[in-house]
Design a binder for this molecule. Structure first.
Ligand SMILES: Cc1cc2nc3c(=O)[nH]c(=O)nc-3n(C[C@H](O)[C@H](O)[C@H](O)COP(=O)(O)OP(=O)(O)OC[C@H]3O[C@@H](n4cnc5c(N)ncnc54)[C@H](O)[C@@H]3O)c2cc1C
Length: 382
């Protein structure tokens, strides 16, 4: 039972450590050159196509995509090390995050040869960006209830409906839309769903901003009004959308971004204690220990992916514990200010952003309540 919660973990050998140090040195140079200012939750909030292209040039995108499709043909563990280094310094990685994390692997698993050649090289170069078109105004946790309909027409499909909370849709080139291609069947409500690769510049697509409580524009409502999707842009099998999105969510939930969204805040607070800008506080140790444990667990999930083992339950455990800790880091640094110490501008900016982003941590990619259900099912308890 424990093994399905935390698979065994590989050790980080010299190849991975060398890669880690190479990425770390590059990021230190970038920060010193003013290419970006470290921030929290940057995999959602900092969209920078130039930075993403630079990562592509260095071979740090599409790492698990085979070379025949323009990728790097490297391992999940190498990808883990690169993503972790990007996150711990709060680099601007939102532009490629969704494409690299889940669209590429889904295309590899379900795409046609033509689709793989059409999209994977651009994703690996950091030139092609994607969003996720799953949630709808009345369908979040209960994704099977999506109402966006796909009607078959000559040469393809017409999609009509509304997607919501679509992160980065106003910047992205395309998204995978989950839609109902056949009427619901009360006995098998997961049947009749399909995934479509939708060009977000196509006629009939209207993207409206949703402004977050931090005053930023990251997510959107996307209205699809009879948007034409040709037959060759259906992803996988018609009617198999449910099993496909479930597998896509496996990739979406498993990475170190579910642990490290507020790590730059924790690291800056630790540095401030060291410099005497904040009082030293033993509570810091609790969070450092938790992050260290979660690093091992998240690395174990990547180890399982590399071995082609099912890691869905383990990924849900990491996401549940990791996103909870991300929020608790924000709370912890906030309590330090209650003792009357004034924060400098750097720490104050990070803390303010972390507190405002915090409610989303345990919602996006599946809420904690839903994840507890996934874990219970994975352990055979329901
Ligand atoms: C920052 C952010 C970015 C996002 N980006 C995207 C994106 O790019 N694309 C996309 O498609 N979606 C995106 N989402 C949407 C996200 O996936 C949904 O918010 C999430 O799945 C929850 O759905 P909901 O908001 O409709 O809440 P609901 O499903 O209405 O849930 C409301 C509450 O009820 C609880 N609940 C619901 N069902 C159950 C149950 N069966 N048992 C116990 N409790 C239950 C939930 O846990 C929650 O607390 C994003 C969300 C956030 C916060």
């Amino acid at each position: 039972m424990t093994r399905s919660m935390v698979p065994s973990v590989a050790t980080e050998g010299p190849v991975l450590t060398e890669l880690r140090l190479e990425v770390r040195a590059f990021l230190a140079e970038q920060i010193a050159a003013g290419a970006f200012v470290p921030h929290v939750d940057t995999w959602l909030t900092r969209w920078d196509r130039d930075f993403t292209r630079e990562l592509g040039r260095r071979g740090w995108l599409g790492m698990v995509i085979p070379t025949e499709y323009g990728g790097q043909g490297r391992t999940y563990l190498e990808r883990f090390v690169v993503t972790e280094e990007l996150l711990v310094v709060g680099a601007p990685v939102a532009a490629h995050w969704v494409a690299e994390r889940q669209i590429g692997p889904s295309l590899l698993r379900y795409g046609t040869e033509e689709q793989k050649h059409a999209f994977l090289p651009g994703i690996s170069r950091g030139e092609l960006t994607f969003g996720i078109g799953m949630s709808e105004p009345d369908s979040g946790s209960d994704l099977a209830s999506v109402r966006t309909r796909a009607e078959q027409v000559e040469g393809g499909w017409r999609l009509t409906g509304t997607k919501v909370w679509t992160s980065g849709a106003h910047e992205a080139d395309a998204f995978f839309a989950l839609a109902r291609s056949a009427p619901p069947d009360a006995a098998h409500r997961h049947d009749g769903l399909s995934q479509f690769i939708v060009d977000l510049r196509a006629p009939g697509v209207t993207i409206r901003p949703i402004i977050s409580m931090a005053g930023d524009h990251h997510f959107n409502e996307v209205h699809l009004d009879g948007v034409f999707v040709p037959d060759d842009r259906v992803l996988g099998e018609l009617g198999s959308g449910w099993s496909q999105v479930t597998s896509e969510l496996g990739f979406e939930r498993s990475g170190p971004e579910r642990v490290l969204s507020t790590f730059p805040l924790l690291a800056t607070a630790a540095q401030a204690m060291d410099d005497g800008r904040l009082p030293t506080d033993v509570g810091l140790g609790r969070h450092v220990a938790r992050v260290a444990g979660l690093h091992q667990m998240s690395f174990a999930v990547s180890t399982a992916l590399e071995a082609h083992e099912n890691a869905d339950t383990a990924a849900a455990v990491v996401k549940l514990l990791g996103t909870t800790e991300e929020g608790e880091i924000a709370d912890y640094v906030d309590t330090l200010t209650a003792s009357g110490w004034a924060l400098d501008e750097e720490l104050d900016t990070l803390l303010h952003a972390a507190i405002l982003q915090r409610p989303g941590f345990t919602l996006r990619g599946g809420t904690n309540e839903i994840l507890r259900g996934v874990i219970a099912r994975g352990l055979g308890m329901r």
